[in-house]
Design a protein around this ligand. Structure first.
Ligand SMILES: [Zn+2]
Ligand SMILES: [Zn+2]
Length: 359
């Protein structure tokens, strides 16, 4: 297998020839057909979350099952699957309480060797996946079978960006028809939040991003108001358009303390604030204590779009198939594995919604 490995924080990924490990009884070996390059990969590359190098990055993938371990029951050879960056074991307390996005198995699948070097030393896979490769071994709880003819590049995006964003709107916030929604940060996940809000019937959707290309894309996907935060206070602009109140829902989709506070300020009194972006592990944020009580804003964490992947991956595939969810528009460029560092640079420069590694 060829894989893009992070050997030290802040360094470019290196393409290495590795051997995939032997299958455990509950493991599957899959061909990766496509893998999206997500901002969280960049956060790991920068050392923002404690995944220790050497590690194969990539957590947004789709592919085809090549081999299954003796005890695997959910998938068989030839099945088309989307990777889930959190396992859904189906048996733990959270899985049994409609919170499989918080599955207790994630501790044991998170730091597992997914590639071996010639000297026998191991390389981890990000979140227990490591999709920046052509072939991957993972636990069966981290793949979900889908039956569809959609292209792999679109299925890959359902593995992280689409599910996180659409799930944030439909599952976490439960956006109501006719409501007003502000989305701070319009990368891949933000675009998916906007689409989720549109699918839910939001009356007004504010897309807030300093990059014009992203605002334009947001408009095509359902945003009704485009706000450039570098051209004036975005909170004031949303308030001016909502009778001085602010938005019914405000989503933070960047992963910075400053924009979490901005989202909090953008929501109206009694409104809902949803924290979608992945912050650095060591970041903290300070809220005004009086307002936390008096303004009665519901501040919700959002892990993986509160998604129940075995329910939601097929559900979102269905929304794409019927034209209600446009994932094709979120694919900005198709690249080879060797171009992954270019994709990181383009992502940091705000030039793309999503680059997808296609095999
Ligand atoms: Zn991601
Ligand atoms: Zn579980």
């Amino acid at each position: 297998m060829r894989a893009a490995v992070l050997n030290a924080y802040e360094q470019p990924l290196e393409i290495e020839e590795l051997t995939s490990p032997d299958l455990g009884p509950n493991d599957v070996r899959m061909r990766i057909d496509a893998s999206g390059v997500c901002h969280s990969d960049l956060t790991v590359q920068k050392g923002g979350v404690p995944f220790p190098p050497p590690i194969i990055l990539g957590h947004e993938g789709a592919g085809t099952i090549l081999e299954v371990g003796d005890a695997v029951s959910r998938v068989k050879v030839g099945d088309k699957v989307i990777c889930s960056f959190v396992p859904a074991c189906g048996n733990c307390w959270y899985c049994l309480h409609d919170q499989s996005n918080l599955c207790e198995m994630s501790g044991e699948t998170m730091f597992v060797v997914r590639g071996l070097r010639a000297d026998g030393s191991g390389v981890l896979g990000m979140t227990g996946l490591g999709t920046f490769t052509d072939e991957m071994v993972t636990h069966e709880a981290m793949v979900v079978k889908v039956e569809t003819d959609l292209p792999a590049e679109q299925l890959a995006l359902i593995g992280c960006g689409v599910t996180t964003g659409v799930g944030a709107a439909l599952n976490t916030a439960k956006v109501q028809p006719g409501s007003s929604v502000a989305v701070i940060g319009c990368g891949g996940v933000g675009q998916a939040v906007i689409q989720g809000a549109r699918i839910a019937g939001a009356g007004r959707i504010f897309a807030i991003d300093p990059v014009e290309m992203k605002r334009k894309s947001a408009e095509a996907l359902g945003a009704t108001d485009l706000i450039d935060p570098s051209a004036g206070d975005p909170i004031a602009q949303v308030q001016a358009a909502t009778g001085g109140r602010g938005a019914d829902y405000a989503f933070e989709v960047i992963g910075l303390p400053e924009t979490i506070l901005q989202a909090y300020g953008t929501a109206r009194r009694g409104g809902t604030v949803v924290i979608v972006g992945m912050n650095r592990f060591d970041a903290t944020v300070t809220f005004p204590a009086f307002g936390l009580f008096a303004d009665e804003k519901r501040t919700l964490g959002c892990m993986y779009g509160s998604a129940q992947v075995r329910r939601d991956f097929p559900r979102f595939v269905g929304l794409v198939e019927t034209g209600r969810l446009d994932v094709g528009a979120m694919v900005s460029s198709r690249i080879s594995l060797d171009q992954v560092n270019d994709a990181f640079r383009a992502m940091e420069a705000g030039e793309v919604i999503r680059s997808v590694i296609c095999h």
